[in-house]
Write a protein that binds this ligand. Structure first.
Ligand SMILES: Nc1nc2c(c(=O)[nH]1)N[C@H]1C(S)=C(S)[C@@H](COP(=O)(O)OP(=O)(O)OC[C@H]3O[C@@H](n4cnc5c(=O)[nH]c(N)nc54)[C@H](O)[C@@H]3O)O[C@H]1N2
Ligand SMILES: Nc1nc2c(c(=O)[nH]1)N[C@H]1C(S)=C(S)[C@@H](COP(=O)(O)OP(=O)(O)OC[C@H]3O[C@@H](n4cnc5c(=O)[nH]c(N)nc54)[C@H](O)[C@@H]3O)O[C@H]1N2
Ligand SMILES: [Mo]
Length: 561
């Protein structure tokens, strides 16, 4: 996030949520937004009546609190955002000072946006032109405004362009680098921000230092005393393709369950079968563990010491609350032990004299010392400060620095903010005669992804015991499906059987499924088409057909087995 949660809750005059089911997937932030939205008088002046606009193809819970719900078709975000920008420019509501001083590329962007009259945008998105006009006015009249997004924006073949489009809108309104503004991706996993910050990506070392930059490579080689590659690695989805082709022969899977969470599971199964050697390190024996040669038991977050970095870039100290069961150890301990054994076996070379050579960390504070030394954005986030209770949001360039609650104040990290000229491109697969419905996928409040953890929580299982697929009453009627009946959903890649939840949360033509139940996970159906830059799969759009499953029900997913 460019801004902070409290800042948004207290200062945003207009909150624009696009592609985030905030109350179900980020309930704390969702609650704060509902409080900010309610009338000023309602509770001791804490609620200050901010405007709320929600753009989501489904009538999610937060849409019921919104001043406006723009219920666009999945995969049409660029057209919607360009339509909003068209109105803002036409009415002269853009922030000329900000654009002149802080940005570049305005003219190219403007040229594209000119085509997206509210009528054109309405035609593509299905949102009434009047609502687009109204939303643009609300954003212009209520500044600073913030934009929040999540997977509804990123999980598309145009994921990167979608994100750029969100940034365009906020720069146009001058909503960047100010309290209550910003472009705010709500991060998903509790420590996904930390994992990315510390190099858990195939193209960067810690602090987003590029692996392809020779000077960076040399810095880490000297620090660690090991030779390093200057080439980018593969993303998860690419790894599985490479495994299928025989280019990846060994997979070490830590805290990931691709046999439920990756797109096109029949293909994932095949790729895992082609892989010579698989190690799975997890809390539990997962669907992916079925394919493993070795399973390593990992300790969970309550069983270890360290830090997590949350969605607002805040580094938080985590304290061990209970001992890990059985032989389980923390992930960092296991990885370090593996590395030591590889050196002992002669499989890797190590210059023992390098300043950060080896993996002999006595405490997490030792790990943080190394992070401080090698990672400019974390340089001032020392364990001493964290233990004293300092609340630090990166970048923190030195130990005296107070942290950075708001990014891009006065200047963007790249200097000028660049407007990107982006045009609507339809999703890779759209409904047709054979597969006439669109499927979008995601989560519900009661479960977490493949459910490895939440299916073990009795109360959550009681609240949401089986897979449900949302379908509009009209489509259900056409397919002869009643609420609660089993239906079969089929795509070009596979099929699932799950109970129908007949509801007008989805419009006719759209169904919604989760991947919380392994046997009927949406990923048997999803399209593995990737965004060319971010390599994120198009989980949010594919084409399917549905039928009543009572006749001809098939157990499990037999296609491709
Ligand atoms: N309870 C619970 N909470 C979670 C998780 C969980 O599994 N369970 N997972 C966590 C993780 S890792 C993540 S990444 C986040 C995800 O959090 P979110 O991204 O909020 O959740 P999703 O359900 O994936 O999708 C968000 C919304 O995108 C909408 N959508 C679908 N297609 C489109 C589209 O084309 N455009 C737009 N604008 N919207 C679209 C969906 O209707 C949905 O409301 O949640 C985190 N929080
Ligand atoms: N169709 C569809 N598919 C999706 C998505 C979607 O919206 N639609 N969203 C995608 C997104 S955003 C995400 S983040 C992924 C999530 O997909 P995954 O990351 O595969 O799912 P999780 O259940 O979060 O985590 C996987 C495993 O981590 C284990 N685990 C938990 N804590 C620890 C730990 O401390 N150490 C170790 N070693 N293991 C641990 C759990 O037991 C679990 O088995 O799914 C993606 N897949
Ligand atoms: Mo995620």
């Amino acid at each position: 996030m460019t801004n902070s949660i409290a800042d948004i809750a207290e200062n945003s005059q207009c909150i624009f949520i696009i592609g985030s089911n905030t109350t179900e997937q980020h309930p704390v932030i969702g609650t704060k937004i509902r409080q900010a939205k309610r009338h000023p008088e309602s509770i001791e002046g804490r609620h200050r009546g901010a405007k709320l606009i929600v753009a989501d193809p489904r009538r999610i819970d937060i849409a019921d609190y919104a001043d406006l719900h723009l219920q666009h078709e999945p995969g049409t975000d660029i057209a919607l955002l360009n339509g909003l920008m068209h109105v803002i420019l036409r009415e002269g509501w853009h922030d000329e000072g900000f654009i002149a001083e802080r940005t570049e590329g305005f003219d190219e962007m403007k040229e594209i946006v000119e085509k997206y009259t509210p009528e054109v945008a309405s035609e593509i998105t299905g949102v009434p032109a009047g609502d687009i006009e109204e939303a643009a006015r609300m954003m212009a009249e209520n500044r600073p405004g913030t934009l929040l997004y999540a997977m509804g924006i990123t999980q598309h073949t145009v994921g990167v362009a979608n994100v750029m489009s969100c940034a365009n809108l906020q720069m146009l309104l001058g909503n960047m680098g100010v309290a209550g503004g910003g472009v705010n991706p709500l991060r998903g996993q509790n420590n996904v921000q930390g994992a990315c910050d510390l190099g858990g990506l195939p193209n960067v070392y810690s602090g987003y230092q590029k692996v392809t930059d020779a000077a960076v490579q040399e810095k880490f080689e000297n620090a660690w005393g090991v030779p390093l590659s200057g080439e980018m690695g593969l993303t998860v989805t690419e790894m599985l393709d490479a495994a299928e082709a025989g280019d990846v022969r060994c997979l070490y899977v830590i805290g990931e369950n691709p046999m439920v969470s990756d797109p096109d599971l029949n293909h994932v199964r095949y790729s895992l079968q082609q892989t010579d050697f698989i190690v799975v390190q997890d809390l539990f024996f997962t669907e992916t563990s079925e394919f493993a040669d070795v399973v390593l038991p990992a300790a969970s977050f309550v069983e270890k010491e360290g830090t997590f970095t949350n969605t607002e870039r805040r580094i938080q100290r985590v304290h061990k609350a209970i001992d890990a069961p059985g032989e389980a150890q923390s992930d960092s301990w296991i990885v370090a032990e593996l590395a030591k054994r590889m050196v002992a076996l002669g499989a890797a070379t190590l210059d023992e004299d390098a300043p950060h050579a080896g993996w002999d960390y006595a405490t997490p504070a030792d790990v943080m010392d190394e992070i401080n030394a090698l990672t400019p954005i974390y340089a001032g986030i020392t364990y001493r400060r964290l233990e004293e209770g300092a609340q630090l949001q990166w970048p923190v360039p030195n130990e005296q620095h107070p942290g950075t609650p708001i990014l891009h104040v006065g200047e963007f990290s790249r200097g000028l903010g660049r407007f990107a000229a982006v045009d609507h491109v339809p999703p890779a697969e759209l409904p047709d005669d054979e597969y006439p419905l669109m499927l979008t996928t995601g989560r519900v409040l009661y479960h977490w992804h493949g459910g490895e953890m939440t299916h073990r929580a009795r109360n959550l299982e009681a609240m949401y015991p089986e897979a449900l697929v949302e379908i509009n009453p009209k489509d259900a009627h056409n397919a002869g499906i009643e609420d609660g009946e089993l239906m079969k959903v089929t795509s070009r890649r596979g099929e699932i059987v799950a109970k129908a939840q007949v509801t007008d949360r989805v419009e006719p033509g759209l169904i919604f499924s989760t991947f919380h139940f392994a046997d009927s996970a949406a990923n048997f159906l999803t399209n593995p088409a990737l965004d060319p830059q971010a390599k994120i799969p198009e989980y949010k759009v594919c084409a399917v057909r549905v039928e009543n499953a009572v006749a001809g029900r098939r157990q499990g997913n037999l296609i491709g087995q």
